[in-house]
Design a protein around this ligand. Sequence first.
Ligand code: AMP
Length: 185
Amino acid sequence: MIVFMGVAGAGKSVQGKMLAEHLGYTWISTGELLRAYADADKKEEMLKGKLLKDQELIELMQKAFRQEDGGYRCIIDGFPRTIPQADWLLDRHNSNSIRIDALVHIKASEEAVKSRLLARGRPDDNEEAINKRFQEYRVETLPILEEFKSSGVPIIEVDGNKDRDIVSKDIQAMVEEVLRDVHKS
Ligand code: AMP
């Protein structure tokens, strides 16, 4: 599986879907699943830009992995987003019950993505919820990069401020290189 990470508006979902199509993988997005299936209380939290409880997300992923053959040929968008979620995923990776081939980190400045988000106009794309999501990202999500690094998962850093098609080509090239190495070893 390939995990995508990036602040709201960095292009995580667009790029994840493009890569999934290119590789013939399944794209799993926690945000999409939650928007479709979460109850009213959870949807309200989401509208405020708050992260939901780790245990709920872990159960959601357990179910998704079961349905998708362990997530072997999946792009994961939106998980993990906290240290406990990352630990859960990396424990499974370290015990070989799943395999994380790479983490793609799309880097983009908050100022640059803010205007993109306000133009997108999803119900949680208002100034307050956007700021909350940026804060959750800085405090809860960014620290997981270090955990991935120490587990030896290849980290692919891309500049998300560039044009969508250029970013996509960058990601494809780097992911293909990592996958070639995986299949060699
Ligand atoms: P996204 O579509 O990825 O921007 O996610 C939308 C919202 O879903 C987030 O702002 C959170 O409220 C919730 N969410 C998605 N993934 C997670 C996660 N891994 N942990 C906690 N909350 C999440």
